[in-house]
Design a protein around this ligand. Structure first.
Ligand code: ME8
Length: 646
């Protein structure tokens, strides 16, 4: 019988900014499922990649003085490096700038055209570049798209349209006949209600954007970035190429894993495009919840995103993977906090996992000559392990990975209690009389931990391997069909060293260190913002060097203090871009935020983004520095925002 296939995808991420915890979350969860299904014997294909076209990227690149492809190349490197560090086991990484993808998009449009679903017209209405979405009038308030919060602009341009309105009934039939096609249920209901409300035809090309896939046979237009991006799921399987083997093997996808923010694109547009193109529909779209920070939505534009570097550097890849999978009930929102991370690190990883594992191994070293003992009276552990494996598989199949972990930790806790109750140290003192009890106890603990390592494997692959190595089980199979059976560890086999897997952290101290790190970074940045006071060098620079610095006039629209900082103020500045720019400046000792509103300032707009006390700054304002005291520079007259400064 051919092996069951499992095709899983993540969204392809925009390259206008560096990845953060949100992107990591989706990708880590997809990786966990990909690994789980591989271990369950399925033929898995796991796709991720980057969404590189469109107005948003075009503008971001221009603001940084780069060509869009240069910006894309830079951000793609960062994504690829991060996926390596995080042990992401994707089989393919698609970039929408690749020729293979563009061939797929052309094929998709050809098919939709052949179905008679495309017509030419004129788009007149709002466009939100932040969400790359055409926005109906009813969804615009104060110049913003109320759904995404990003500013909108008025468009009036020739456009190709897709007859989305003709798909309302077919979509509703699909949802109703496939109640599992959108998950969780609340999101299924949301999409159903939306489509029941009626669908309008969709503009699928732009003429005022140049950075995109040329519209087949009408190269004045580029393909609308969402039609372009969604097609990645099939272009990566070779749609539009000669070779259909991957497509034949893996399509339709078992699951498109996405954040709830882009559900509509995936649950309405995508199936309609596929229906029109005569391509089968995916089995499921899962819209997971949103990571919040400080009770607000975490997003690039708000600048309150958590970046992973310090967490990975200090606590390792696996603890971040574990935290993300355990803390968020899959499908619901959750709040990211350093404190919660550290508490879980200590309780779940250092204690429940690390301590139990090292106790069993070190006692085997001390009392049993570092050899796996004989199987014997292992108390309740074989039964608990069997039940745990069963429950774990059921949770994973039902897309409840947080509960699968919870169950696994119940097994760890049972092993810990078992060791405590049996007291191997006391049995060891009894000599021959205690020997059988001692061997049974430690075999139970070691074998229970080997089984736990198999369940941990998709979530924390390195830790799972380390656990098996410590138990002398490096070469044992890891498939989930047979490997969890009791009795895998071989009596007499030498066990490895006890190396602490997760050394406990002192939470208060670690929190202070993290805050200090943030403060130090903020100070470095703010003294850089005030000009280097120590650099007395009179070196001259050529005019070209100066020309690299892009200075523009901005108008302050919002200002507030950065919590817990004396100096830092977070500004939202109008630079005549589609979105306000967030800039963090060390001017709070001299200026009250309310006094800054409406003020014209001069901004370096093409600086690399930096984070000050956890808040992202995408630019720097100019101030004269008198003994370190900043004095803001402003133009003389009412110069419009976005005006260049020379
Ligand atoms: O939307 N919490 O790309 P994007 C949880 N290019 N997940 C989050 C998150 C948060 N705070 N922030 C981001 C795009 N994500 C399009 C997709 S697909 C054909 C095109 C995750 O870079 C989540 O998966 O804005 C969300 O859907 C995705 O990143 C958005 O990434």
């Amino acid at each position: 019988m051919p092996r069951q296939t499992y095709y899983i995808t993540t969204p392809i991420y925009y390259v206008n900014d560096m990845p953060h915890i949100g992107h990591i979350y989706t990708t880590v969860m997809a990786d966990i499922f990909a690994r789980y299904h591989r271990l369950s014997g399925r033929e898995v294909r796991f796709l991720t990649g980057t969404d590189e076209h469109g107005q948003k990227i075009e503008k971001s690149a221009a603001a940084q003085g780069l060509e869009p492809i240069q910006l894309a190349d830079k951000v793609v490197e960062r994504y690829k490096h991060l996926w390596e560090v995080l042990n992401i086991s994707h089989d393919d990484f698609i970039r929408t700038s690749q020729p293979r993808h563009q061939a797929g998009v052309a094929e998709m449009i050809k098919r939709i055209h052949a179905s008679g679903d495309i017509f030419k017209g004129e788009y007149q209405g709002w466009y939100c570049a932040g969400a790359e979405a055409f926005v109906p009038d009813s969804q615009v308030e104060d110049g913003k798209d109320i759904e995404s919060g990003y500013p909108v602009e008025r468009l009036s341009e020739p456009s190709w349209f897709f007859k989305l309105s003709a798909y309302q009934d077919r979509l509703l039939t699909w949802y109703r006949e496939n109640p599992e096609c959108i998950k969780p249920k609340s999101r299924y209901n949301e999409v159903l209600r939306f489509v029941e409300g009626g669908l309008r035809d969709l503009s699928i090309s732009r003429t005022s954007v140049k950075w995109g896939v040329p519209f087949p046979e009408d190269p004045e237009h580029v393909v609308y970035v969402w039609l372009d991006a969604l097609t990645n799921y099939v272009s990566a399987l070779g749609l539009g190429s000669e070779d259909s083997s991957l497509f034949d093997e893996f399509w339709p996808a078992q699951i498109h894993l996405v954040g709830k923010d882009i559900l509509r694109f995936h649950c309405v547009y995508w199936p309609a495009f596929l229906m029109s193109a005569g391509i089968p529909l995916p089995k499921m779209i899962f819209g997971h919840g949103w990571w919040m920070k400080d009770e607000t939505k975490m997003s690039k534009s708000l600048g309150n995103v958590v970046r992973p570097d310090h967490l990975i550097e200090k606590f390792g890849t696996d603890s971040l993977r574990y935290f993300l999978a355990r803390e968020m009930a899959f499908g619901l929102d959750a709040t990211f906090s350093d404190q919660a991370f550290l508490e879980r690190f200590n309780a779940d990883l250092a204690n429940a996992l690390g301590n139990t594992a090292s106790r069993a191994v070190s006692m085997t070293g001390r009392f049993l000559d570092s050899q796996i003992p004989r199987d014997g009276d292992c108390g309740p552990i074989p039964e608990v392990a069997r039940n745990t494996v069963e429950k774990y598989i059921s949770h994973m199949e039902k897309l409840e990975p947080h509960r699968a972990l919870e169950t696994t930790w119940q097994l760890l806790s049972a092993i810990n209690v078992f060791i405590q109750e049996r007291q191997p140290w006391a049995l060891a003192k009894k000599g021959d009389e205690g020997r059988a009890g001692l061997e049974g106890t430690l075999y139970g603990a070691l074998e229970g931990l080997r089984i736990a390592s198999l369940l941990i494997e998709p979530f924390m692959p390195d830790t799972a391997k380390a656990l098996r190595t410590q138990r002398g089980a490096t070469d044992l199979p890891t498939n989930l069909a047979a490997a969890p059976e009791w009795g895998g560890l071989k009596t007499g086999q030498a066990i490895g060293e006890t190396t602490p897997l997760f050394p406990r952290v002192e939470i208060k101290k670690a929190m202070q260190e993290m805050a200090l790190q943030d403060e130090q970074k903020a100070d470095e940045k703010s003294s850089a913002a005030q000009g280097s006071e120590t650099d007395e060098s009179e070196d001259l620079i050529p005019i070209d060097d100066f020309a690299k610095v892009k200075l523009v006039v901005g108008v302050v629209k919002e200002a507030e203090r950065v919590p817990k900082s004396k100096k830092l103020v977070r500004l939202m500045v109008d630079l005549a871009e589609p979105e306000l720019r967030q800039i963090v400046a060390g001017i709070g000792a001299k200026y009250a935020p309310e006094d800054l509103l409406g003020r014209r300032i001069v901004v370096v707009s093409n600086l690399k983004p930096a984070k000050l006390m956890g808040v992202e700054s995408r630019g720097m304002l100019l101030a004269a520095s008198l003994d370190g005291d900043p004095d803001l520079l402003s133009p003389d007259g009412e110069v419009p925002p976005g005006t260049g400064v020379r």
